[in-house]
Design a binder for this molecule. Structure first.
Ligand SMILES: Nc1ncnc2c1ncn2[C@@H]1O[C@H](COP(=O)(O)OP(=O)(O)OP(=O)(O)O)[C@@H](O)[C@H]1O
Length: 362
């Protein structure tokens, strides 16, 4: 049992240390701290599992310095669902759209690596591929011939790959069929995939949206209880202009854009180390500054990102210790933090039904 003791000197030291660590106010971080006997209990409102060790060291040093030696520290994280205009989807705390104005900027690759990075940071994550024009998630997950199974002919069990649950239009219909769907059919398909899949309890369901900012994308964004959106762009003027349209589209339907990701930002020659800016420089960064949005990541054009997608095992899964995977995890933590700190939370969790409706992933 925890006793709230905000006046406790150990809590004050912990809150101040967290505030310094994350560049936040003490008012914010003291909400995360509690005390139980001789133990400080910290509950982060975002996922940052890979930082818990470093955070514990910093807290221990600060508490020791303040004379509170041997204070035990428990670090937990609790992701809440953000309020949405539409009712939530059963078992899903946050549906997050990953969108791009322009096609081919690496939206699907980024969606998947970001989803796995969130998972590595301790969140429960699923992926929904809503890209009717080119559903690439099945190939990138290495199970292009799979189909979701059903026990009652009404609900689908999501596929599982590398510990992630997924569903995709690509698992259900041949690509040539879906590609000619008009707006109402496409958005109905997305709604069905969302509502008729037996999702386990998820902190985040990442939705890989179709590229573009037309009626189809607008209707999709309107019909789904999106907590937030992330926009992917390359630095190129053309892509940035389309990304800007994407931001405006989400603004129109009151979905908060919580960050931009600049993909293919630069290319570093593996032989000589020289850096080239094939798609111009800093276009995404400038757009983020213009809209006062966090730039969650600037990812290089790198052959291993493409190769890993092609062999069906995303880079973050296959090479978790690589510097590139670390960039995706930085983006995942920044996204989760931005959502946890800036979006108003839903009042209750009655939509979380747990294992009664399907499988539970750890
Ligand atoms: N950072 C990167 N470095 C190297 N290759 C990349 C990178 N990001 C994506 N790619 C490659 O670029 C191609 C397009 O990527 P992807 O399919 O993710 O783009 P998309 O924006 O989702 O496309 P679409 O508009 O067709 O949905 C793929 O071959 C992918 O492997």
């Amino acid at each position: 049992m925890f006793f709230s003791r905000k006046g406790d000197k150990r809590v004050q030291t912990a809150a101040q240390t967290l505030a310094d660590y994350y560049s936040l106010s003490v008012e914010e971080t003291s909400k995360w701290c509690d005390i139980d006997g001789n133990s400080i209990a910290i509950t982060l409102p975002f996922c940052a599992l890979t930082q818990h060790g470093a955070l514990r060291d910093v807290l221990t040093a600060a508490l020791d310095k303040a004379g509170h030696v041997n204070t035990a520290i428990a670090i937990n994280q609790k992701i809440v669902g953000a309020k949405t205009a539409q009712p939530p989807v059963t078992n899903i705390r946050n549906v997050v759209a990953v969108a791009s104005g322009k096609g081919g900027v690496g939206k699907s690759t980024t969606s998947l690596n970001l989803a796995f990075a969130l998972m590595q940071e301790g969140a429960k994550v699923g992926i929904l591929d809503a890209d009717i024009y080119g559903p690439s998630v099945p190939i990138m997950l290495g199970n292009p011939l799979a189909h979701p199974s059903t026990d009652d002919n009404k609900h689908m069990k999501p596929l599982e790959a590398w510990g992630m649950v997924a569903n995709s239009i690509g698992y259900l219909v041949p690509q040539e069929d879906a590609a000619v769907w008009r707006g109402p059919m496409a958005s109905r398909a997305l709604k069905q995939l969302l509502d008729e899949t037996l999702w386990p309890v998820l902190d985040y369901l990442i939705v890989d949206m179709p590229p573009g900012t037309g009626d189809i994308q607008l209707t999709m964004a309107q019909q789904v209880p999106l907590s937030a959106a992330v926009v992917v762009t390359t630095p190129q003027d053309l892509a940035v202009a389309d990304a800007q349209k994407g931001i405006s589209m989400f603004e129109k339907v009151n979905v908060p854009v919580v960050g931009l990701i600049e993909n293919m930002s630069y290319y570093q020659c593996s032989a000589c180390g020289h850096t080239d800016y094939l798609f111009a420089q800093d276009g995404g960064k400038a757009l983020a500054e213009r809209y006062n949005l966090p730039l969650l990541a600037a990812l290089p054009l790198d052959v291993s990102i493409r190769e890993q997608a092609d062999i069906g095992k995303p880079l973050v899964v296959d090479k978790p210790d690589s510097p590139l995977a670390a960039i995706y995890r930085d983006a995942a933590r920044a996204l989760s933090m931005q959502m946890g700190l800036t979006l108003p939370a839903r009042e209750n969790e009655s939509y979380i039904r747990g294992e009664t409706i399907g499988i539970n992933i750890v």
